[in-house]
Design a protein around this ligand. Structure first.
Ligand SMILES: *[C@@H]1O[C@H](CO)[C@@H](O)[C@H](O)[C@H]1NC(C)=O
Ligand SMILES: *[C@@H]1O[C@H](CO)[C@@H](O)[C@H](O)[C@H]1NC(C)=O
Ligand SMILES: *[C@@H]1O[C@H](CO)[C@@H](O)[C@H](O)[C@H]1NC(C)=O
Ligand SMILES: *[C@@H]1O[C@H](CO)[C@@H](O)[C@H](O)[C@H]1NC(C)=O
Length: 314
């Protein structure tokens, strides 16, 4: 549970439960059948916010639609959740500053990874801070290859960015939380690009992901756990020859396979981490949303932040 948000969530849930129609129920029964075939389904993500009520069906099915975001083809800064009946029933929404702040108040959020994770932090702070506050911290935020902490005093949000370009760094971080018995409320992790560029060995990547998964499963985490997926790489736009060679489409596909095979993700194999699907979000935003084929405009990470926040509301 995220501090301060529970009352609000319960209220939301009650409202939503009332909105269930017969047609939607039919759909849930169908989805529930699919879910029952997943062998391992961790409870940690819904700790404290799920109750054995009728909304259970809705919650677990909505998780699979969280990343169903579409982009306005005429305006690359405009995105919305897909308008299919199933997605509409989940009532996902872009949260305004006050609502995002409510949801995150009193919580400790840790985001660990490479430059994609840093961009995610920028978007998250951009949502809870006003533009003046954002300007004031911009310099610190963009110091490359360093950790960063920001406390938003008014709402008691503690946000840590941990520079962790390799999977080993993420596993080390998780071990540290366990050693100190001190766990964040929300943990967002992601890596892969550094491994791809510097080691270029997908099976080694898979080995590390499996060890990260093993470290997380059965740990004391009751946190909301997320995996920040790799962006879509546009090979011809990558800015060095080395990147174009090593980060080829075939290598990217092999790395993707390892992510699924490691059973790290909740959506694929019932793993501990919920995917924030940056690949899908960046692909939908499109070529015009990136200048180097790897780092995307803020709007892509902002969408990922909203996907995460909506998960916290489920
Ligand atoms: C594009 O979308 C953004 C965000 O929704 C909006 O603020 C902006 O006015 C839109 N631009 C155009 C040209 O419609
Ligand atoms: C956002 O906050 C406002 C004011 O606090 C509230 O009226 C509104 O219902 C909230 N929106 C959502 C989606 O909860
Ligand atoms: C991250 O992991 C790499 C590879 O194991 C290691 O060389 C590096 O020192 C670690 N970096 C940090 C910041 O822990
Ligand atoms: C790739 O990684 C695997 C697993 O760590 C290792 O067994 C293999 O030797 C590596 N391959 C190369 C070419 O380094």
């Amino acid at each position: 549970m995220v501090g301060g948000a529970l009352g609000w969530q319960v209220h939301q849930r009650r409202n939503r439960a009332l909105l269930l129609s017969g047609a939607i129920l039919f759909f849930f029964i169908f989805v529930l059948r699919l879910h029952l075939t997943i062998p391992y389904f961790p409870s940690s993500l819904s700790d404290g916010v799920s109750s054995p009520s009728s909304s259970f069906n809705r919650d677990s099915s909505c998780v699979s639609f969280l990343n169903d975001v579409a982009w306005d083809p005429h305006n690359s800064s405009s995105y919305y959740w897909a308008r299919s009946p199933q997605v509409v029933a989940c009532q996902f929404q872009r949260l305004a500053r006050a609502n995002a702040s409510d949801l995150l108040s009193g919580s400790w959020v840790v985001v660990a990874g490479d430059s994609q994770a840093r961009l995610f932090v920028v978007s998250l702070l951009g949502l809870v801070l006003d533009s003046e506050e954002m300007e004031a911290i911009r310099g610190d935020l963009f110091k490359r290859h360093s950790d960063y902490r920001h406390v938003v005093g008014e709402i008691g949000l503690k946000l840590d960015f941990v520079w962790a370009p390799y999977e080993a760094n993420l596993t080390g971080l998780v071990m540290e939380f366990k050693r100190n018995l001190n766990y964040p409320d929300v943990l967002v992790m992601g890596s892969g690009l550094w491994h791809m560029l510097h080691l270029t060995n997908s099976s080694d990547y898979g080995v590390w992901l499996t060890s990260l998964r093993n470290e997380l499963v059965g740990s004391g985490f009751s946190a909301h756990l997320f995996w920040l997926g790799m962006p879509r790489l546009i090979n011809s736009m990558l800015n060095t020859e080395e990147k174009r060679v090593k980060m080829s489409d075939a290598v990217v596909a092999a790395y993707d396979r390892e992510i699924y095979q490691s059973k790290l993700l909740r959506q694929f194999g019932g793993g501990p981490l919920l995917l924030l699907d940056v690949e899908s979000l960046s692909r939908k935003c499109g070529v015009s949303c990136t200048v180097d084929g790897m780092h995307y405009d803020g709007v892509v990470y902002e969408a990922a932040v909203h996907v995460m926040l909506n998960t916290l509301r489920i």
